[in-house]
Each structure stands twice: as C-alpha cells, then as structure tokens.
Design a protein around this ligand. Sequence first.
Ligand SMILES: Cc1cc2nc3c(=O)[nH]c(=O)nc-3n(C[C@H](O)[C@H](O)[C@H](O)COP(=O)(O)OP(=O)(O)OC[C@H]3O[C@@H](n4cnc5c(N)ncnc54)[C@H](O)[C@@H]3O)c2cc1C
Ligand SMILES: *[C@@H]1O[C@H](CO)[C@@H](O)[C@H](O)[C@H]1NC(C)=O
Ligand SMILES: *[C@@H]1O[C@H](CO)[C@@H](O)[C@H](O)[C@H]1NC(C)=O
Length: 499
Amino acid sequence: MRSPGLFSALVIAASVLGGVFGLEDEGVEARGIDATVSCKQIAKAISSESDVYWPGIFLFWLFSHHYSHLVDTLSSDSATCSVEPGNVEDLGKILQIVGRNRTPFAVRGGGHTANPGFSSTPGVHIAMFRFSEVKYDSTTETVDIGAGLVWDDVYAALEPLGINVVGGRVTGVGVAGFTLGGGYSWLSNERGLTIDNVLAFDLVLPDGTFTKVTQETNPDLFWGLKGGFNNYGIVTKFTMKAFPQGPVWGGLITITGDHLDEVNAATAKFAATVTDPKAAIITTYNFLLGAAGVSQLLFYNGPTPPAGIFDDFLAIPHFTKDVSTRPFTSLILSSPANATSGTRGLFHTVSVKDYSENFLNAVVNETRYWGRKLSLASATFISYDIEPFLPTTFSQAAAESAAYPPTRAHLLPTNIYYSWLLSLSDNLMFESIKQSTEHLANVAAAEGQDISDLSLYGNYAVFDTPLEKIYGGNLGRLRSIKNQYDPNDVMGLAGGWKF
Ligand SMILES: Cc1cc2nc3c(=O)[nH]c(=O)nc-3n(C[C@H](O)[C@H](O)[C@H](O)COP(=O)(O)OP(=O)(O)OC[C@H]3O[C@@H](n4cnc5c(N)ncnc54)[C@H](O)[C@@H]3O)c2cc1C
Ligand SMILES: *[C@@H]1O[C@H](CO)[C@@H](O)[C@H](O)[C@H]1NC(C)=O
Ligand SMILES: *[C@@H]1O[C@H](CO)[C@@H](O)[C@H](O)[C@H]1NC(C)=O
C-alpha cells in the first residue's frame, strides 16, 4: 500500500505546483465571465460565517481537492472560486446567484466520487465543510449529522456515547454523497441501507429557500432524496436513526497471489451459507506492483464471532493481519482506503445475484488480465470488491419507500476501481473498466443468473451509465418531482446523475 501513497504524493505535489505557477489560467476563457461575476456577487452577499477562496491560494486547492480526478488535475478541474457556506441563509443566497447567472457549480460533500464533474466544476465550487455538527438526541434516539462530514468524524463523535448510525465501511468517505445515493454499510444486513435510516433532510431548495423534508411534510421530496443525489437542492443536515453500538470484531487481512483459490473458496462459501446478519465481509482482489493479491475485510457486530463463520479466512496464510475485538472507529481505520486518494480514478459496478467460485475465478482472471495490461498505461492499482450482502439488506424498508433501489430484489453491488497516473490513459481506462464489467455480467448470465433487471448502484456506476439502469421504473416520478421543485433547472448547472 505504500507505493500508491508515494505516487499520490507526487501527483499532489504536481498539482500544488500547477496552482503556484499559474497553469490554471488556461481555463479562464472556457469558464466565461459569469463564474467570476458570480463569485464576486457571492463574496458580497454572504455573511462573515462564510468565505470565498480564489485560485492560487493554497487553501483553495486544498479545499477543492478530490479523492480522484479523471479530468486534468492541473487545469480544467479547477473552479473559478470555492465557496464555503457557514449557514443555510448564505447557502440559499449562493444558490440564487448561480441560478440567476446560470453559472455552472458543484456541490462537494466528502469529494469521493470519481466521476468527472459530479462534485467538481470550472465554475463555483460549493464545499460543505462548515456543516459539521453531530448531535445525538436521546429522547428521539436520532442523530443530526452535518452534510460536510466524513463518516470517520461521525463515528468518532458517537463512539463515546455508545451509539452508532448506518454509515460508511472504510475510512475517509463523505456522509452526503454516500447517503444521497443509498449507502451500503457494515450494519446493512441488520438495518438496511443508510437512506432507509434517514428520518429528515434539511434542504436548501433550488430557489434558495430552506425546508425540512420528512415523510410527513413532503413525501415526494423525502422519497426522491433517498437516492436522488443533488437533483432537488443542497442538503445541509441528515437526521438519522441511532442504535446502541458496542465493540466489534474484525479488520484487514492481506493475502498474496499464491492463495487466491483458498480466498475464492472461502468467499463463495461465506456468500452461500452465512445468514447471521451481524457478519459481513469485503473480499477485494487487487493488482498492485505487478502482482495480484487480496485485501480481506472481516466484520462482526459483536466482540466475538460465533465459531465457524470466519474460520476459512483465518486459516489462509496471510501477508499482514490486523484482526481483533476493537471499537467501531478502529475497525473503520483499519481499511487501506486512503492509499490511492489523489490519483486519477474511475469506479464501475456489476450487480449480480450469486458469488459462485466460477464467478470469483473470472474476477481473478479480470484482475490479472487488466492489471497486467493497464500497468503498461500507468495504472497503479486496480481492484474488484466482492460484497456479499444478505437479502435482509433490502427487506428492512418497504418497497417503494426510496428512489433507490427501484426494487427490493436481492443484489450484490460488486465494485470495480481503476486508478492511474497519466491523463493520456483516461480513455483507455474508461473503455477497459466498461469492458471488464460487461465481461463479468456475461459470466454471471452464462451461469444462469438473471441479472438483466438488477439495478446498478449510483455511487459505484461510471458516469455514462443510463439513468434507467440505476432508477428503473422510478425515473418518471423522479423527473416529475424535479419539474415541480426545480422548474428553472438550477440543479442542472451542477453535474451528476441528472433527471
Ligand atoms: C474508498 C471508498 C470507499 C467507499 N465505500 C463505500 C461503501 O462502503 N458503501 C457505499 O455505499 N459506497 C461507498 N463508496 C462510494 C461512495 O458512496 C461515493 O463515492 C459517494 O458519492 C461519496 O460521497 P461524498 O460525499 O464523499 O462524495 P462527493 O464527491 O462529495 O459527492 C457525490 C455526489 O453527491 C452530491 N452531493 C454531495 N454533497 C451533497 C449535498 N450536501 N447535497 C446534495 N448533493 C450532494 C455531489 O454533488 C455529487 O454529485 C466508497 C467510495 C470510496 C472512494
Ligand atoms: C483518511 O482521510 C480522512 C480525511 O479525508 C481522515 O479523516 C481519515 O482519518 C484518514 N484515515 C486514515 C486511516 O488515515
Ligand atoms: C480472462 O479475461 C479476459 C478479459 O476479459 C478474457 O478475454 C479471457 O477469456 C479470460 N480467460 C479466462 C480463462 O476466463
């Protein structure tokens, strides 16, 4: 894991230098005058609780920095200005200004999407960092969570209280994009997706006014926000159900390429036989420094797992092993998820019904095939995440209760990630990740799995995925809600999945 970290450092250094030496100015013409005018109007309109940052300032770069960049880190990804609203009134004014001027903008939560333009922009970049509260209410057993946080912050605040929410599985991921897309958690087998556990959204609507969205106050928006990302305005706060949380068991095992058959067998057996909703794994096949290997995350929601569940994994000879009874925050930190941040990257996904050994063999073959081939084109890390959720993940909430998933059919949201260094390779990586995904879909179909109607997860899908694949039959209702609340298409000025 060290090498990608070093590469990241080099890329980061290069982009800082790019800012210092003014390489960003190339994009000025393309941005047009509107963005600069809007930035100036915003600077005038906002209170002292908010700030506007201009390029060239190191802080600006830091605050607009993303987990991955497909677009060029040195120029076109740079916004005209970055705005940090400190309260909902200022955020409302900002939205009114960009809407009136028709200025492209972006809303950034944790900045973890890899899709270009989804939370980055050449125009006005809105960074939500200052919405950072975590407030537990013991009478309602709910937690208010600011939209600018990463899950690490939330867990750290809740752990001393002995409670938890249904959130991210690895370190560094943002609360807002994760939640607004669905949210697959370590607790999903027991509690459903993250959106199934949201009771209220604090929302600045596209016209700049504020509203609290609940099932009672506004059932349409409440449903649409559960999967609808940034189509209905900007969320400033989520109110989520809280649950008691004690110590958990698990962590990370890394395994070298000579034991992949054992990993395949253990993973296929786990997926086919384990029905304890407290148990979960992510098997990540990866290709790093010329060789295939596995990062194996194990999780049990309790201090000691029942005998048998994880024995096969623990018996495989390991390269490193960090598995123990530990606080939830410690388990989250055990993942290597920050290692490749800062490089170029893309995610894509294939939803399947079963993880057979045959399917996992095909995944290993993909890992080796594309790993070898794409290393020659500056790939630093490619990975395939096997995520065997139980059907209970989808039965915790009522059918039709959320925009995503469009049906509550059991699906396994397999995640593919390629990361690389050279912009020259952007198109090759895009074509390759799609080809690999299609190949795996064909392998599943050839096994007799009927996956054609399984939806794809918006937080994993690559940017040109048709909306129908994510939202299925819900797209019509999502569009009519959009027309009602955003008749001037203000949110269309921001990138993302657009209704
Ligand atoms: C290392 C890693 C691990 C991951 N693990 C998981 C996992 O376990 N489970 C899972 O379900 N997903 C996982 N993901 C995917 C993750 O859910 C998405 O990357 C998600 O979009 C991250 O949210 P963010 O706030 O960091 O993203 P951002 O890039 O900030 O935002 C993503 C989208 O949401 C919109 N958005 C952000 N904030 C707001 C807001 N306040 N109001 C309206 N729209 C907003 C943005 O405009 C953008 O279109 C992982 C991703 C990575 C990189
Ligand atoms: C990963 O980065 C996030 C910030 O984005 C930070 O909160 C977290 O502590 C980091 N995790 C590790 C293990 O360093
Ligand atoms: C390995 O993967 C490549 C690329 O998808 C494919 O062409 C090839 O047929 C696969 N080989 C096996 C044995 O599955």
